[in-house]
Design a protein around this ligand. Structure first.
Ligand SMILES: [Zn+2]
Length: 319
């Protein structure tokens, strides 16, 4: 239940460096060391190409920041260094998500189990009425899903804020129960989030392993209307699925999603009521011994947060 931030975690330092804050300064460092056309080409490649649309393509999200890139003054590299100088200033490079809002929804609540009547209250999810919230699952040894989701949420927040994003959590272990699923969606809507993600871990049978990302199906019923968010949520889901697999080394679920790691559902209030691009991720199965060993490792949780972060970043920068 206590927050173990990446800085207080000795295992947290093993993960590879974050992408953007280091990549561009590295380019500049190389520029000072490697002369000639090769460098120019390398810098060009590292930046994903500049061409005539220097702040288009992958750099679109940087927008105005890119236009403030410094002129060719980076260390006397001569004419061949020119492409490298098109990299954004260090501040822009370190904040590619400036202006973007991400809402993180840590699934469940660590003390939901003490408030059974409150969380069993039914709320309208458009297609149906469902419980306000549930207790979530736990490992066989008693490590709760709610503790897991909050820890990953904190790590994810740190990573996204380092990229310049504005991050809001739907709950931070600071309330007695909930919020209810409709309120969880509403928090993302009210924040006009550019992306929202609900973090969970599953409670399935032993031998069922792996992660899956849940995307909203098309729902237009009652207060639910997902028609505008189905497509962007699918993009977000695919990005998170790929980067999560890469960062953690985990395989897509072997018991749902036909090996794709992707599932579409129309029965989740948190998705049905969202008006912003949103997905859920079930990071693993807490009831499987091998998955539980991963989910209870702080180093693995850091990798999980990094994978989710990278997926969100690539989704937002591709918008
Ligand atoms: Zn859950």
């Amino acid at each position: 239940m206590s927050y173990q931030g990446p800085h207080s975690d000795p295992l947290g330092s093993w993960q590879p460096p974050r992408r953007s804050p280091l990549r561009r300064p590295l380019t500049l460092t190389l520029a000072a060391l490697v002369p000639g056309a090769l460098l120019g080409w390398l810098a060009y490649e590292a930046l994903g190409g500049t061409g005539s649309g220097g702040d288009g393509g992958t750099d679109r999200a940087v927008g105005a920041a890119t236009s403030s890139a410094r002129p060719s003054e980076n260390g006397g590299d001569g004419k061949d260094a020119e492409p490298g100088t098109l990299s954004a200033s260090p501040s822009a490079a370190s904040a590619p998500l400036r202006g973007k809002v991400v809402v993180i929804d840590p699934g469940h609540n660590p003390t939901n189990y003490e408030h059974t009547a409150d969380i069993n209250r039914k709320v309208d999810i458009g297609t149906n009425w469902k419980e306000c919230d549930t207790t979530g699952t736990s490992t066989n040894a008693g490590y709760s899903e709610a503790r897991f989701t909050l820890d990953v949420a904190h790590r994810l927040r740190t990573l996204l804020e380092a990229q310049g994003a504005t991050v809001k959590l739907t709950q931070d272990g600071d309330r007695a129960f909930g919020p209810c699923v409709d309120e969880r969606a509403e928090i993302g809507n009210a924040a006009h989030a550019d992306a929202a993600i609900s973090i969970h871990a599953d409670g399935s049978g032993e031998g069922n392993r792996g992660f899956h990302v849940i995307m909203p199906g098309e729902v237009h019923e009652g207060s639910a209307d997902t028609r505008a968010i189905v497509a962007p949520s699918k993009e977000l889901g695919a990005a998170v699925e790929g980067d999560f697999a890469q960062a953690t080394g985990s395989s897509p679920s072997n018991y749902i999603g036909d090996g794709t790691g992707l599932v579409t559902r129309k029965d989740l209030g948190g998705l049905n009521l969202s008006t912003v691009p949103k997905v859920f991720i079930e990071c693993g199965n807490m009831r499987d011994t091998k998955d539980a060993a991963l989910l209870t490792s702080s180093a693995w949780r850091q990798s999980a947060a990094r994978g989710i972060s990278e997926g969100i970043v690539s989704f937002l920068r591709g918008k």
